[in-house]
Design a protein around this ligand. Structure first.
Ligand code: PGA
Length: 258
């Protein structure tokens, strides 16, 4: 029997929450998740809130920290950028790469995602690679081609050991922040396809260990049924992670059944 994959739930605060809102949030969230076990929980605040969260959490293992972005360069004259070393300094363990908002609004390409992944891995920060198709691509029946292109563009040539450190998040663009969620069956089909690609390229052992998250309008109402799907190993939550109680309910939905 393969070892079951531990569920991973991450809250991406995007450009919300000031540093003064972090302590009240964590106070509630910590209380709500006190009895939760066997779920990996990660908060992904803005950079300023991240510094505050890091100070408060002080390296605790129960809630880990992720960053929303990072520079592919390691240091130097890159005004406005944040390096992996700066993230390490704040005990950051994960970084989002290729989020659809970065792709659509800031021109992030698969090649940039790939460079960030390589830089992050070299500093032992684990990338969460976000991929997903737009509504037009889905309507044209191209979603699998798009997903495969994004996976290949960001990951081709990486070793099995490197793939072991990467988490993939399937986030259909049409479901992000829109209130439209992929049906459990649509999400499962995409996740299965992603796992099959990982298996074809790096072998079944790597793919059976890889965690694949679903993101796009996940709420406490739909989390459980999504997380029950065999190839959905967690959730990347945007809007619903801003409310500490609601986010704690999503985390609770990821606790494995006895
Ligand atoms: P959403 O965002 O939950 O607000 O749809 C998800 C994401 O962008 O990661």
């Amino acid at each position: 029997m393969p070892i079951p994959r531990k569920k991973f739930v991450a809250g991406n605060w995007k450009m919300n929450m000031t540093s003064s809102e972090v302590a009240p949030y964590l106070e509630i969230f910590n209380r709500e998740i006190e009895t939760v076990e066997n779920v990996d929980i990660t908060l992904i605040p803005s950079f300023t809130a991240l510094a505050k969260a890091s100070e408060i959490l002080d390296g605790t293992q129960k809630i880990r920290l992720g960053a929303q972005n990072m520079s592919p360069e390691s240091k130097g004259a890159f005004t406005g950028e944040i390096s992996v070393t700066m993230l390490r300094d704040l005990f950051v363990r994960f970084v989002l790469v290729g989020h659809s908002e970065r792709r659509r609004l800031f021109g992030e390409t698969d090649e940039m995602a790939r460079r960030k992944i390589i830089t992050a891995l070299a500093t032992e920060i684990r990338p969460i690679l976000c991929i997903g198709e737009t509504l037009e691509e889905r309507q044209a029946g191209q979603e699998k081609t798009v997903l495969e292109g994004q996976l290949r563009g960001a990951l081709e040539g990486l070793s099995k050991d490197q793939i072991d450190e990467i988490i993939v998040a399937y986030e259909p663009v049409w479901a992000i922040g829109t209130g439209l969620t992929a049906t459990p069956a649509q999400a499962q089909e995409a996740h299965h396809f992603i796992r099959a690609y990982l298996s074809k390229t790096w072998g079944p052992e790597v793919s059976s260990r890889s965690r694949i998250l679903y993101g796009g309008s996940v709420t406490s109402d739909n989390a459980r049924v999504l997380l029950e799907q065999p190839d959905i190993d967690g959730a990347l939550v945007g809007g619903a992670s801003l409310d500490p109680r609601g986010f704690a309910e999503i985390v609770a939905a990821a606790v494995p059944a006895e």
